[in-house]
Design a binder for this molecule. Structure first.
Ligand SMILES: Cc1ncc(COP(=O)(O)O)c(C=O)c1O
Length: 383
């Protein structure tokens, strides 16, 4: 391979390769919307909701404007506010805890498991105790299916049931993954996901969806999505948002859903190959028993003594981009550092924030490119 080819920058997520594969199908879907002009609540929105319900196995799907709105709308529908505690992992994207804080409830941060990066059941129990000690009422828990792998829904569900907590699964990164043979979207009382373009199932802008088997909750969510609309359009019965997914994004998602299973399989092939080539040199992600992943991220941990900044620079010099999700856990960030954390602290979240780094991952990463990435990682660790 000549030097020029070797150093050509690899995209971290190749949205353009997918766009090329979809080609005319997406162009035609968008043209159909341009022809019927129902840009809000067009027929594609209802069609997408039905197709997402069939895909996930959830009875009701309410699409919305983003993954953050999906979380917020459920918390609003439940009426949480001041004095209520909602337990969430600290090692996650900020939207998980942000949605809680926006309602006036208190996010109580809990730790995650070393191996899976997902919510630790033991820390959840400690977090519930912490909330009570602070005089807060534990009302809900938000497990996150981080980096694409489903959380331990049985363990968290059992604690939630014993404590009377509502379970809102944050599957923004994990939609499409399974837990014990069942698709995410069917665990807990409701599931939120994001269609941000970089997500495994992404649109060409912002978008999200909520999945639930609770018919009453679905009706409330549909009202919240349009300013709290009641039976009479101009008699609003509750506070709400402009929370709709637009028709154009729905039309795009209908086309993307057709190739989603194939893309998940391709992502798994990349992950398997990375694991085989790298497991003796860095800590590669581990799938817990009964869990699958859609590999929103392929996140490794560097061995002690390897400087993360230098490692990233060495890969960059080879044209291999990396990203750090997340350099600060939520409880370490300025906006969230005054919220409570589970008793005993969150040592695993803090450790992960200091040693994780993510490699390029998408369904269109061919084997020669994977080999370049693998060689760059091995070279940087062994240097
Ligand atoms: C775990 C998690 N929750 C929520 C969100 C919010 O989704 P959105 O960006 O669509 O608002 C994201 C998006 O990155 C996420 O990764």
């Amino acid at each position: 391979m000549n030097q020029h080819l070797r150093l050509q920058a690899i995209p971290f997520i190749d949205v353009a390769a997918q766009r090329k594969r979809l080609g005319k199908a997406v162009d035609e879907a968008m043209s159909r919307v341009l022809a019927h002009c129902q840009f809000i609540n067009g027929p594609e929105v209802t069609q997408l909701e039905a197709e997402l319900a069939a895909f996930s196995g959830a009875r009701h799907v309410v699409t919305c404007a983003s993954g953050t709105d999906a979380l917020l709308m459920v918390l609003m529908a439940k009426g949480y506010g001041r004095g209520d505690a909602v337990l969430c992992p600290s090692f996650t994207f900020c939207a998980t805890g942000e949605a809680v804080a926006l309602t006036g409830a208190t996010p109580v941060f809990v730790d995650v498991d070393q191996a899976t990066f997902n919510m630790s059941a033991d820390s959840l129990k400690r977090g519930i105790a912490t909330a009570r000690k602070l005089g807060l009422k534990p009302r809900a828990v938000i497990p996150v299916d981080l980096f694409g792998q489903s959380a331990d829904h049985n363990a968290i569900g059992a604690i939630a049931e014993a404590e009377g907590l509502f379970v809102l699964d944050d599957a923004a990164q994990g939609f499409g993954a399974n837990y014990n043979g069942r698709r995410l979207g069917t665990f807990g009382h409701a599931t939120a996901t994001s269609f941000f373009p970089a997500k495994p199932l992404g649109c060409f802008g912002d978008g999200g969806a909520i999945f639930t088997d609770d018919a009453k909750l679905a009706v409330t969510l549909k009202s919240i999505r349009v300013h709290g609309q009641g039976a009479d359009k101009y008699d609003n019965v509750r506070l709400g948002l402009t929370g709709r997914l637009d028709t154009m994004q729905a039309a795009i998602l209908i086309e993307k859903l057709k190739i989603f299973e194939d893309e998940i399989a391709e992502r798994n092939k990349v992950a398997d190959r990375y694991a085989r080539a790298l497991s003796n040199i860095v800590v590669v992600p581990r799938l817990a028993s009964g869990c699958t992943s859609v590999w929103a991220q392929y996140t490794i941990r560097l061995p002690k003594g390897i400087d993360r900044g230098r490692f990233a620079s060495a890969l960059k010099a080879q044209g291999v981009p990396t990203a750090i999700y997340y350099p600060k856990s939520m409880h370490q960030q300025t906006a969230y550092r005054d919220f409570p954390v589970a008793e005993g602290g969150l040592p695993v979240s803090e450790q992960l924030s200091s040693d994780v780094i993510s490699l390029p991952m998408h369904a269109y990463l061919d084997e020669p490119t994977q080999d370049r990435i693998i060689a760059a990682v091995r070279g940087a660790v062994q240097a």
